[in-house]
Write a protein that binds this ligand. Structure first.
Ligand code: SAM
Length: 359
């Protein structure tokens, strides 16, 4: 019988240790035991479960969105090696027959230089494989809805990982990467972090509830204005707090008030819909600032970055998020907190704190 006991998780290159620590901790909490395996900078982690089909159990039990460092995951068979160059499809198809029925195939590579070089080959091969699987009834017709998606992770022309992911409990984007085009008018590349955060955290059907014209916002550590630019694009009125200069074109929008003040002592004149914060400071200090805004009722939503230290990054994230949740609960404040290392994040993670909602 097919044994899906390996969880494969994509992450940012250089964050394998954090991804491994996180999946080990979350699986252990769910009573799923195993051990992680990875090489530095390979941009993915394996978690080998001791139990047969442990990876499938993890995918049924854990919420993908609760993971901070994993961009994508799938429950895999053991690695397929030595695929014959003249016919890779036949051996792969043999394994697909034993997997849960799927209606789509996602082909992925590692988000590394070598992985990206394989992209063209992987895409062409994936389309030939999907055609062949559909012809043989191993992949359901496109219109037929299935619980699972078939995932193929190509390591090179002869080696791959084959597995499945639950469609409603994995990323809809290959390798979990949401590609966005840099808007030329934006004052800084940082703008993409906030744009991705909104795409990732806010469900399309609830977009108007969270982002709409006439809302008010405060941007802490705003200069030169990439995040403010996103808020202005949503027709919000923004107080931009930073001692540094703001982009002149952005100021001409008439929707921005620049306050040259210290974000750690600034208090808004009135509560706002959004507070966003991209300040480079210790994660614990930024967390404390977010807590103060929540306790004072100064914003309905906060989107903030935690810049990670060089060492013990996973532990620091756990400490900060647990502290925030504990303090909010103690104050009787309803909230929802989501955190993720987004594609456009570097040595940082992005968090969305939405207040007065069921946790
Ligand atoms: C990473 S940059 C922000 C980039 C901005 N989000 C954008 O998209 O253009 C961090 C900013 O935080 C500001 N900053 C750092 N400490 C601050 C403080 N205590 N109060 C206000 N601004 C601060 C810096 O001056 C810097 O402009």
């Amino acid at each position: 019988m097919t044994d899906l006991n390996t969880l494969l998780l994509h992450c940012r290159s250089g964050f394998e240790k954090e991804c491994a620590a996180e999946i080990t901790a979350r699986c252990a909490e769910a009573g799923i035991y195993g051990y992680p395996q990875f090489e530095p900078s390979q941009a993915y982690v394996l978690f080998i479960c001791y139990e047969a089909n442990g990876a499938l159990a993890a995918m049924r039990t854990l919420r993908f969105r609760s993971l901070v460092f994993a961009r994508q995951w799938c429950a895999c068979l053991s690695r397929l090696d030595d695929l014959p160059a003249h016919d890779r499809i036949t051996p792969i198809a043999g394994h697909v027959a034993g997997l849960p029925q799927s209606s789509e195939l996602m082909v992925e590579v590692a988000d590394t230089t070598e992985g990206r070089e394989l992209h063209g080959f992987a895409r062409k091969f994936g389309s030939a494989l999907a055609q062949s699987l559909r012809r043989d009834g191993l992949l359901l017709p496109r219109k037929q809805r299935a619980e699972w998606r078939l995932q193929l992770f190509v390591l090179d022309g002869r080696t791959c990982w084959l597995g499945v992911a639950r469609i409603d409990n994995s990323s809809p984007w290959p390798m979990g990467i949401l590609r966005l085009k840099f808007p030329q008018q934006a004052p800084s590349r940082s703008t993409l972090k906030l744009e991705e955060a909104w795409h990732y955290f806010i469900p399309v059907r609830r977009k108007d509830e969270f982002l709409s014209g006439g809302m008010t916002a405060v941007d802490l550590g705003a200069a030169p204005g990439g995040w403010t630019w996103q808020l202005v694009k949503q027709h919000m009125f923004v107080i931009a707090v930073d001692n540094g200069p703001m982009n002149a074109d952005l100021m001409e929008s008439g929707q921005v008030e620049h306050r040259r003040e210290d974000a750690f002592t600034f208090a808004p004149p009135k509560p706002v819909d959004w507070m966003v914060c991209d300040i480079v400071d210790k994660p614990a200090r930024v967390t404390e600032l977010m807590l103060q805004w929540a306790l004072n009722g100064w914003c309905r939503n906060a989107m903030f970055n935690l810049k990670l230290p060089m060492k013990q990054r996973f532990d620091e994230v756990e400490r900060c998020l647990e502290y925030l949740q504990r303090e909010l609960a103690a104050a009787g404040i309803g909230y929802r907190l989501d955190a993720r290392q987004l594609y456009h994040d570097r040595e940082e993670i992005t968090c969305w704190l939405s207040l007065n909602q069921a946790g």
